[in-house]
Write a protein of this length. Sequence first.
Length: 106
Amino acid sequence: MTKMQKREHFRIISNILSFTFNGALKTELMFKGNLSYAQLENYIPMLIRLKLLEVSTSQKATVYKTTEKGMNFLGRFKELDNLLKSSVRERVKKVNDPPKPSCFGR
């Protein structure tokens, strides 16, 4: 798995946890997260096993909800994501800044 794929992997997890904050059905997750059924079938059991997501069933509907541990993960992911984005912005700003005038008049 490359670095880009790992980053995408964590972003997918973050999206799932965001969408299940107040509880969501599998079909909602598929549409909101732009995920296939197969992808959800991989992520949901893993998130449940890690105790980031919990499952409840009521009246034939299975509802997925973010746990407190999942909310903690989500908060930390957002902090890290913001930190990385600001670092990239600073790097781009330095590259795009006009060169400083030299003391030789050019």
